[in-house]
Design a protein around this ligand. Structure first.
Ligand code: SF4
Ligand code: SF4
Length: 566
């Protein structure tokens, strides 16, 4: 037997006798990261293989020196790209080996809204996928996640309650639901208070159905309820009810989002026909007639100008088209790479016939009271944004034009309710849009996760570190080098999309999912860049990694004799 010093827990250092150390077989490891996160000794870390870019057989891209190849090795990988810390390599390769349920579970354990994210996440993991950065196109990670959601029949089981403490979450949007899931799984009773008639927050109010079918959100919410989350709808929280909640619960997480669209109070902003994106999208999503004022109904066949260049503006423009607008023009201050929406969002909008006029600022709404007739815009000659997102720009006042408009929809950002700004207290936490402006869905969820970990740490006095904070990439030895030439050479399958001409007449989901053949082709393109390695000096041989590894034949416990000999 051999002995290892255990790292101090709560100020106590102990030494344990070990009889074995774990060994991970890099060939079979799918790099799901489960063992690394569970290891109580932080003895497991991730190694990334060097991807060879020397000779032209490997890729059609420029050759790289060894130093350059090494630099890319530990810079980023799909396993560090997900804001929730999920390992795409893990679920891609569990899919490859036919373990679809395990693959889906790997996602669900950290992401309570897998099928939602499989449709609307801006997939930062794909942006750092090494196949995309170094070889050809990134793995279609988001589509593989969608495939798993469509192929599996996962039903969550109730998490056991372990602790007395009760947690209140205000807001059943992505941040609140994520915080709720993490704390339910940790063993707390969690109640989510939602002011609307249904859970989902912005997923239901702001995101159009042609990007996210409502039934997908409902199914994920049902799963969370099955897991133990109590969601109380129609509960609008005011100062009085908040005080009551603070007394009754041991911690309060405010994840109420930023539901109020900012208004653009320039000349003519009260003309009939000017409205905010949130008002518009909420009415579209609830299938109501669009009204700016009583008596005025969205003019089917009219021309629409959307002000803003972010994702909400593009969604709004595309929704206006589906509501019957004959012409939709969006206008934004930014130009080229500065345009805040994602390039694929703009491409899909342009395919549908929407025009984005860049580098222009609205200066007034034009019309004969009460009716809007156009939007005057002025050329932006310089644009900048500081670290806090504050915009400064200069305009050329001699360079203006008026765009004809029956409706102008303002999509220049959202703000939280002011009542939360004065809320204080020992066990009060803020998550999502309310804590950070202009959050994407996945960033809001990541914020919910982080807050949940903080609540658990504070309530339990834990000293364990967040596995995402200790996740580092190391270089694997050269013997593990990947030669892309040897790996499967195939192009990324097309993601099915409805044709632009037909899709603008309905709210059907534009993007479709992979069939079995496309999914299997795609998982084979993964280069399997990383694997986990055990630090034998730290391993105490507890075997938890071997028990929890979802792949067989990966971890062996190798006996050690006294003095450390194997
Ligand atoms: S090729 Fe596979 S393992 Fe490598 S970064 Fe892309 S998805 Fe991850
Ligand atoms: S050893 Fe097993 S648990 Fe650890 S990353 Fe590899 S496949 Fe996952």
């Amino acid at each position: 037997m051999d002995s290892v010093k255990v790292l101090p827990g709560k100020g106590k250092e102990i030494t344990v006798e070990r009889t074995a150390v774990a060994h991970i077989n890099p060939k079979n490891c799918v790099n799901c990261g489960t063992c690394r996160e569970l290891c109580p000794m932080e003895a497991i870390s991730e190694s990334q293989r060097v991807i060879c870019r020397i000779c032209p057989e490997c890729t059609e891209q420029d050759a790289m020196t060894f130093d350059e190849m090494y630099e890319f090795t530990t810079k980023a990988a799909c396993t560090t790209g997900c804001p929730l810390g999920i390992s795409p390599q893990g679920y891609i390769n569990l899919t490859r080996t036919g373990k679809l349920e395990e693959a889906y579970k790997l996602v669900w354990d950290k992401n309570p809204l897998p099928s939602v994210c499989a449709r609307i996440c801006h997939h930062p993991c794909e942006q750092v996928c090494k196949r995309g950065v170094l070889v050809d196109e990134p793995i279609a990670i988001r589509s593989i996640k969608r495939y798993l959601g469509e192929k599996t029949t996962f039903r969550a089981e109730k998490y056991p309650r372990l602790y007395e403490e009760r947690i209140a979450v205000i807001g059943a949007g992505p941040a609140g639901l994520t915080a709720g899931q993490y704390l339910s799984r940790a063993g707390y009773e969690v109640t989510v208070f939602e002011s609307a008639t249904e859970a989902g927050g912005m997923l239901k109010r702001g995101i159009p159905e042609f990007r996210l079918d409502r039934s997908v959100v409902d199914e994920e919410v049902t799963n969370l309820e099955n897991a133990g989350l109590a969601i109380r709808l129609n509960e609008r929280i005011n100062k009085h009810s908040l005080e009551k909640i603070q007394k009754e619960y041991d911690a309060v997480i405010v994840a109420a989002g930023a539901p109020n669209s900012k208004e653009l109070k320039i000349e003519g902003w009260r003309l009939s026909g000017v409205m905010t994106a949130m008002d518009f999208m909420e009415q579209v999503n609830h299938r109501q007639e669009i009204r700016r004022h009583p008596g005025q109904i969205f003019n089917l066949g009219g021309e629409v100008v959307v002000i803003g260049g972010g994702s909400v503006a593009i969604d709004t423009a595309r929704a206006a088209l589906r509501m019957g607008a004959t012409k939709v023009t969006a206008v934004c201050l930014e130009c080229d790479e500065e345009v805040p929406c994602h390039p694929w969002e703009l491409k899909e909008a342009e395919d549908e016939g929407i025009t984005l006029i860049q580098s222009h600022s609205p200066t007034r709404f034009v019309g004969t009271y009460p009716k809007l007739e156009g939007v005057e815009v002025c050329k932006v000659t310089s644009f900048s944004k500081d670290g806090k997102g504050k915009i400064s720009c200069e305009l050329d006042e001699n360079d203006t034009m008026t765009i004809k408009a029956d409706w102008a929809i303002v999509a220049i950002g959202q703000a939280p309710d002011t009542m939360w700004s004065s809320l204080k207290g020992d066990r009060v936490y803020f998550a999502g849009d309310i804590s950070k402006s202009a959050c994407s869905v996945i960033d809001a969820m990541a914020s919910g996760r982080k807050v949940a970990l903080n609540v658990d740490t504070d309530l339990r006095g834990r000293t364990l570190k967040d596995p995402m904070d200790t996740h580092e990439l190391h270089s694997a030895p050269l013997s593990e080098k990947i030669y892309p030439y040897n790996r499967r050479k195939s192009i990324r399958p097309e993601i099915p999309m409805l044709a632009a001409e037909s899709r603008i007449h309905s709210f059907d989901e534009v993007e479709g999912g992979f069939d079995d053949e496309a999914a299997q082709m795609e998982v084979l393109r993964c280069l399997r860049c990383g694997y986990q390695v055990v630090d034998e000096e730290r391993c105490i041989g507890c075997g938890i990694c071997q028990r929890e590894c979802p792949e067989g034949d990966v971890i062996t416990m190798e006996p050690v004799a006294k003095g450390g000999e194997k």
